[in-house]
Structures are given as structure tokens and as C-alpha cells.
Design a protein around this ligand. Structure first.
Ligand SMILES: *Cc1c(COP(=O)(O)O)cnc(C)c1O
Length: 402
């Protein structure tokens, strides 16, 4: 059988055994509607409450500040619409975000611009970081919301969330962070970091797909995206997905309890991978090397098309990505890499390997052996690379490194 090395954990993760067991148990034994008053319904209500307590506990929130949603994208949408609703009371119509947010944020903000809101998309520096002082400088009298991601999904850089939170608190601006990549992988304390709203998605921390949370501080009422019954304190209608929610809570608790050991293990593999692949000539690592998710490797190889690289790696059993799964299928290079200032030609040759605690040292050795072979094979067929080799065209990447 072909060996499969899954290295696309930023797109989604396999489910943990624990979460699967919990879900199967709830599907078999806890079919009630948590709103029903009878025993079966109340059993579901208990599971719901326990799951809420678990999610709250590990981010230092209160259970009533946790709202269950259907995914990270829903939480992001709800957070932004909540921010502008709060702002509307004081006629504030300005939002601050960054150029390299997930599409779950960017698309909503682009729509709001069309509706007359003003959005400042902060620049991202070459190291893949947003600067807290840029946030401070961008805040105006009419700023309703700041939304900056906790960790970037393509290049893994971890943003100065605590500093941004403090600035927003001092200036009394609502602060949301899309923490979908950070959830279960980095320690988060919403109180200490002054986070007003936060999004998580279970399938990024070995939980099931189709369930997430919006944490929303108690003094803020989330805007309703889905109207109906009084579920989730009247803020998100729909009969609760008990197996999914319980599976998420189990996966989250497991991730938090093993966070440190997994981060140490995974970041060692990551650093080995980066060191190994950096030996490929005309390659570059994207994003800060220290403020980085334990499992993220993102590189560009000049003279190579990211899509061809992916397909060939897939044939060799390595499952990777060129960036975000949502941009695959389009030929535009990643908006994240462009935001870092990479030229189109370089950004096109991107490869994201997002590894996890399930990967082994052998997996890493195999990737380090295989990627350079595939890159040189593809370069042999590349007219661009031929010109660079012959010195007829300057290497965009070498210019960039200067
Ligand atoms: C995956 C992801 C999302 C979207 O989460 P879904 O549950 O797939 O909707 C949002 N933001 C970031 C940073 C992500 O990585």
C-alpha cells in the first residue's frame, strides 16, 4: 500500500480517537434535543453545558461567554457583524484589520466596504508580522472594531495579540481575533490578552468538521446570523449539534492537556524540515522563524509552479498545500505571500507543509529527500528556470534576499 504522509494540518486535521469515541457515544446514547424538558432532552442539555464549561475553562472564559457555531467562518462572520452593531450605537463605521486575514474575514470586510464602511487593511511586514503600534496609529474616534488573526494559516506567524488587546482596551475599541489556527495549539487566555471576541473551529484541533465557537465577552451581545429559537442565549438559533459539540470539547481538552509536549515534539520536526529544505538552491522560508506555529513550514522555490509541485508530491504520498485550501483551484498566487511583498513569480512556487504530533521523524526524512528531487525535476522543464540558470534573467528571489 502507498505510504501517505499527511502534512496539511492547517487545512484540516484527522480526528483524535478520543473525540471519535465521544461522538459515537453521543450519537448512540444522547439523541435528545437539549431544549426538551424530559429526561432524554435534559441529558443532552447536560452534555451541552459540560462542553461549554470545557471550552471556557481552557481559554479562561466563562461558560456563558461561549457560543457554539457551525464553523470558524461562521464565528468570524458573526464577530464582525457584532463589532459593527456595537459601533453603530455610537455611529462608528471604521474597522481595522490586516491584509493577510483568512477569507472568512476578508470577504465580509470587502462587502462592508461596498456598504459604506471604511476598513483599514494594515500592512504585514516581510517577516509575516503585523505591528501592534500600527494598530494603535490606525485607531480613530470612529473605529468600531479591530480584527487581527492570532496565527496566520498559510505562514504560521503568531501575532502580538496581547499588545493589540491592551491597545484596544485602552482605546475602548472592540477586539476580535480569528484564532482558528491557534486553538488547541497555543496557550490562550482571553482575559489576560484582553480579547473581546475569538473564533475557533474544531476540525483544526483534531475535532469534527462543522462545529466551532465564538467566544464573546459578557458585556457584548453577539449579533444574530440565524434567527429562530432561543438557543445559545438567543444569539444563534438551531437545535444544538450535541455529538459535534461534545467531540469538539473532548478534542480541545485533549489538545490543551498535551499542548506543551506536542508543541515541543512538532516544532523539532518543523525545524528539521526547514533546515533540510532550505538547502534547495533558490528557495526561501516565508514568515518569522521564532514567532511561528509549531507545525508550520512555508517555502517558495523559484522556477516551480506550486500546483505542479503539489500534484507530484501527492503521487509520492506527501499531502501538502500551496497555501490556503480556499485559494487552491484559482491561479492567483496567495494573497498572504503577496502581502509579505513577494513578487508574483516567487509566490507562485509556494509550498506549505503543516505537520502535527501524528507525524514521525521518518516522515520528515522522507519529505526532506523527496521535495528537492521533485523541485529539480520540475525545474528541468521550466523555461523560467532555464533563463535564470543561464543568467539571461535575474533571480527575483536572490534580489529579494538582498
Ligand atoms: C480554517 C480557518 C478558518 C475557517 O474555519 P472553518 O471551520 O473551515 O470555516 C478561518 N480562519 C482561519 C485562520 C482558518 O485557518
Amino acid at each position: 500500500m502507498k505510504r501517505i504522509i499527511y502534512a496539511d494540518n492547517a487545512a484540516t486535521t484527522p480526528m483524535s480517537e478520543t473525540a471519535i469515541k465521544v461522538m459515537v457515544d453521543k450519537m448512540e446514547n444522547c439523541y435528545g434535543n437539549a431544549s426538551s424538558l424530559h429526561t432524554v432532552g435534559q441529558e443532552a442539555a447536560v452534555v451541552l453545558q459540560k462542553s461549554r464549561e470545557t471550552m471556557a475553562k481552557y481559554i479562561n472564559a466563562e461558560p456563558r461567554e461561549i457560543y457554539f457555531t457551525s464553523c470558524g467562518s461562521e464565528s468570524d462572520n458573526q464577530a464582525i457583524l457584532t463589532g459593527i452593531k456595537v459601533g453603530a450605537r455610537k455611529n462608528k463605521k471604521h474597522i481595522i484589520s490586516s491584509k493577510f486575514e483568512h477569507h472568512g474575514i476578508l470577504t465580509v470586510l470587502e462587502r462592508l466596504v461596498k456598504q459604506g464602511y471604511e476598513v483599514t487593511f494594515l500592512d504585514v511586514y516581510r517577516n509575516g508580522m503585523v505591528k501592534a503600534e500600527d494598530v494603535a496609529n490606525a485607531i480613530r474616534e470612529d473605529t468600531a472594531l479591530v480584527t487581527i488573526m492570532y496565527a496566520n494559516n498559510e505562514i504560521g506567524t503568531i501575532q502580538p495579540i496581547k499588545e493589540i488587546g491592551q491597545i484596544c482596551k485602552d482605546k475602548k475599541v472592540v477586539f476580535h481575533t480569528d484564532a482558528v489556527q491557534a486553538g488547541g495549539h497555543l496557550p490562550i487566555d482571553v482575559a489576560a490578552e484582553n480579547i473581546d471576541m475569538l473564533s475557533f473551529s474544531a476540525h483544526k484541533f483534531n475535532g469534527p468538521k462543522g462545529v466551532g465557537i465564538l467566544y464573546c465577552k459578557r458585556n457584548i451581545n453577539p449579533e444574530r446570523l440565524i434567527e429562530g429559537g432561543g438557543h445559545e442565549r438567543g444569539r444563534r438559533a438551531g437545535t444544538e449539534n450535541i455529538p459535534g459539540i461534545a467531540g469538539m470539547a473532548a478534542a480541545f481538552e485533549e489538545s490543551c492537556l498535551h499542548m506543551q509536549e506536542r508543541a515541543e515534539y512538532t516544532s523539532k520536526l518543523r525545524d528539521k524540515l526547514i533546515a533540510g529544505l532550505s538547502k534547495v538552491p533558490n528557495s526561501i522560508v516565508n514568515g518569522d522563524l521564532t514567532n511561528r506555529l509549531p507545525g508550520n513550514v512555508n517555502m517558495c522555490f523559484e522556477g516551480v509552479e506550486g500546483e505542479s509541485l503539489l500534484l507530484m508530491l501527492d503521487m509520492k504520498g506527501i499531502e501538502a498545500s500551496s497555501g490556503s485550501a480556499c485559494t487552491s483551484g484559482s491561479l492567483d498566487p496567495s494573497h498572504v505571500l503577496l502581502a509579505l511583498g513577494l513578487p508574483h513569480e516567487v509566490a507562485h512556487g509556494s509550498l506549505r507543509l503543516s505537520i502535527s504530533h501524528y507525524n514521525t521523524e521518518e516522515d520528515i526524512d522522507y519529505i526532506i529527500e523527496t521535495v528537492p528531487q521533485v523541485v529539480s525535476y520540475l525545474r528541468k522543464m521550466s523555461p523560467v528556470w532555464e533563463k535564470i540558470e543561464k543568467g539571461e534573467e535575474k533571480s527575483k528571489l536572490e534580489q529579494l534576499k538582498k
